[in-house]
Design a protein around this ligand. Structure first.
Ligand SMILES: C[S@@+](CC[C@H](N)C(=O)[O-])C[C@H]1O[C@@H](n2cnc3c(N)ncnc32)[C@H](O)[C@@H]1O
Length: 225
């Protein structure tokens, strides 16, 4: 199933052209660093999130900005009768994901979130973890419109990302990351911009599902008919 896609990757650039903050060399240390970044919550959050998804046999799920595939594979391993795909703009990320995490019901492709290489209404669920604080407001909007396009009517978008922090440590970490990385996209998320854009892209009421590490919130919304 992966054959054609693997050869595509050999010829592609390290990063597809995007305004998003694409992680390249970080791919090789990402799995080691991520437990620290999430204060030890990364595995728990991904497994918990995968368990929340209302996937039944034969359904299709897409994980946007999948990185090394930590969430993607958690979904695939919990929903063995579903087909799960992960996309990321970074070739190194996709290489690591394919090396460590491809399963028979799970594939990874290098692709842009703002130009998803799928037909309309193709997926039942779209997930995204810690991706939207890597894209500016205009790009958030474009990505959400693309996600809306590839979701079936009634399909569900589930996002885990930086949001309004809810502990003192979470607040310090969020402001610290915003200043240290000079990343206005982080402040946008802290100010609730992502939620505004989700609603603006044609999704229904936002439902809060959970929160992790003092600064990450998980929320979901359905594509309206
Ligand atoms: C912090 S990582 C999150 C990875 C993974 N979802 C996780 O939870 O561990 C954010 C990812 O978004 C990717 N990215 C940034 N801009 C992108 C875009 N326009 N399209 C697809 N991926 C993008 C980066 O390359 C990076 O791998």
């Amino acid at each position: 199933m992966n054959t054609g896609i693997h050869s595509e990757l050999d010829e592609s650039p390290d990063s597809l052209p995007t305004e998003g903050r694409v992680l390249l060399r970080a791919a090789y240390v990402y799995d080691a660093v991520q437990p620290f970044v999430t204060l030890g919550q990364e595995a728990r959050m991904n497994c918990w999130l995968a368990d929340q998804l209302p996937l039944t046999d034969g359904m299709r799920a897409l994980d946007v900005g999948c990185g090394t595939g930590l969430l993607t594979v958690a979904i695939a391993e919990r929903h063995l009768q579903c087909q799960v795909e992960g996309i990321d703009a970074s070739k190194p990320m996709i290489r690591v994901a394919r090396k460590k995490r491809t399963r028979s019901n799970c594939i990874f492709r290098q692709a842009l979130a703002e130009e998803l290489p799928y037909p309309d209404q193709h997926f039942d669920i779209v997930t995204s973890a810690l991706f939207f604080h890597h894209v500016n407001r205009g790009l958030k909007r474009r990505c959400l419109l693309e996600i809306h396009r590839v979701l079936k009517p009634g399909g569900r978008l589930v996002i885990a990302d930086m949001d309004r922090p809810y502990t003192l440590l979470g607040t310090l970490l969020s402001y610290g990351a915003w200043i240290l990385f000079r990343q206005p996209e982080i402040k946008e998320n802290m100010d609730g911009v992502l939620r505004v854009e989700v609603s603006g892209a044609g999704f229904g009421t936002i439902q809060d599902l959970g929160r992790f590490s003092g600064y990450i919130r998980v929320f979901a919304a359905e594509r309206l008919q």
